[in-house]
Design a protein around this ligand. Structure first.
Ligand code: GLU
Length: 377
């Protein structure tokens, strides 16, 4: 069976040790084969987002930095020089398959602060919509020690959940999780499926770091927690040989971490977890009835707006009697919302221009207030 078959939007994380050899040179032939695998997945209709390490490892070689441990300044300089080479390598490798790449460099505030989060997500989604492949890495040359991930395992999990990927694949130099680090314990057994990340699973992770990666199994299992709790499954597979994704697709050895929830439920739980709403919209009886039947909130049903909010902020929906009936992520900022409240959809296109959403709150981004308990289970 093809372990990738059920998934449509896939984030693939590539470790430094796969892309760069011990002498600091790009493994160009390996990358060319991987690009072929990626192109094949894309031609099957899947959306692919790459999180690629390797900037520091490549930059070391380019700048002649041979020390075993680099200072922070040196590794930031290495990342700066290496990132150019890394992007170029990806653009060339995927360009051979007529795939355009877009580079996005991320710092933790981008995945954690809503304003940046929404922007980054929109950029990635737009690139995917245009048939391109986003290539993501941490912005190591400006990130300071306190505000960086430091490893692309957790970064890729944040990216995968941010774009609501169905699957995160960590390609590394190990073919999955073992009951103990296999390098130290010959009796270690491979675990094909992890249904839930328990303390026992975390204990198995140990600390198996390779010659280049910062990660090791501990950060991979942490990545698994981030992903699976948000409804994204995760696979750890070995990437060192040629055509690693093709091998995986043919059933190659790997560990699957099953998603602990559905993505829709995770999003709704997140909405309900927002403590402070940024604004409210009051709706008429017709709209209130439509919401209860699972429909989206359209501007035509909105009678009053309070507060200032951005698109993507959590707002409360108030019924005609003044009682909160739902919470959701606003599809419009408060200025636009005031402009179009009470208006029909075709008038909205005239006011805001084509391409703007017609929903005040899309039903996928809304939770009815009464369903709070149901989500807690
Ligand atoms: N962002 C780092 C780089 O590109 C890699 C971090 C990691 O190894 O996980 O060099």
């Amino acid at each position: 069976m093809n372990p990738l078959a059920p998934y449509r939007r896939i984030t693939i994380k590539i470790g430094s040790a796969l892309l760069v050899d011990k002498a600091g040179k790009l493994r160009a032939a390996w990358l060319a084969d991987l690009a072929e695998d990626i192109a094949a997945l894309k031609s099957e209709g899947r959306e692919i987002v790459i999180v690629s390490s390797g900037a520091i490892a490549l930059g070391r070689g380019l700048l002649g930095l041979s020390a075993v441990t680099l200072t922070l300044e040196q590794s930031q300089a290495a990342a700066s020089a290496g990132q150019i080479a890394l992007s170029q390598a990806w653009a060339e490798a995927l360009g051979r398959h007529q795939i355009v790449t877009g580079q996005i460099l991320i710092t933790p505030n981008i995945t954690e602060e809503r304003r940046y989060f929404l922007n980054a997500r929109t950029t990635i989604q737009t690139l995917l919509g245009l048939g391109a492949i986003p290539i993501i890495n941490e912005n190591d040359s400006v990130a300071t020690a306190e505000i960086r991930y430091g490893d692309n395992d957790r970064l890729s999990a944040r990216v995968a959940t941010m774009i609501e990927a169905d699957l995160l694949v960590l390609l590394s130099d190990i073919d999955g999780l073992y009951t103990a680090p296999p390098a130290k314990d010959p009796a270690a057994a491979h675990i094909p499926v992890v249904e839930r990340i328990t303390p026992a699973i975390e204990a198995m992770a140990g600390g198996a770091a390779s010659h280049l990666s910062r990660g090791g199994m501990t950060t991979k299992v942490e990545a698994g927690k981030i992903a699976t709790l948000a409804g994204t499954a995760m696979i750890i597979a070995k990437g060192t040989e040629t055509h690693p994704l093709k091998r995986l697709g043919e059933g190659g050895l790997h560990t699957l971490f099953q998603a602990a929830t559905s993505r829709a439920q995770s999003r709704k739980r997140w909405i309900m977890g927002t403590l402070a709403v940024s604004g409210t919209v009051q709706v008429d009886a017709g709209a209130a009835g439509a919401l209860k039947n699972g429909r989206s909130l359209l501007p035509v049903g909105v009678t009053r707006i309070t507060g200032e909010f951005e698109r993507g902020d959590t707002i409360a929906v108030i019924g005609p009697d003044g009682i909160e009936i739902a919470r959701g992520l606003s599809g419009l900022d408060s200025d636009d919302a005031r402009l179009v409240m009470g208006k029909k959809s075709h008038a909205i296109v005239e006011l805001l221009g084509a391409g703007n959403r017609a929903e005040m709150v899309h039903r996928d981004n809304m939770v009815l207030t009464g369903s709070k308990e149901e989500l807690a289970s």
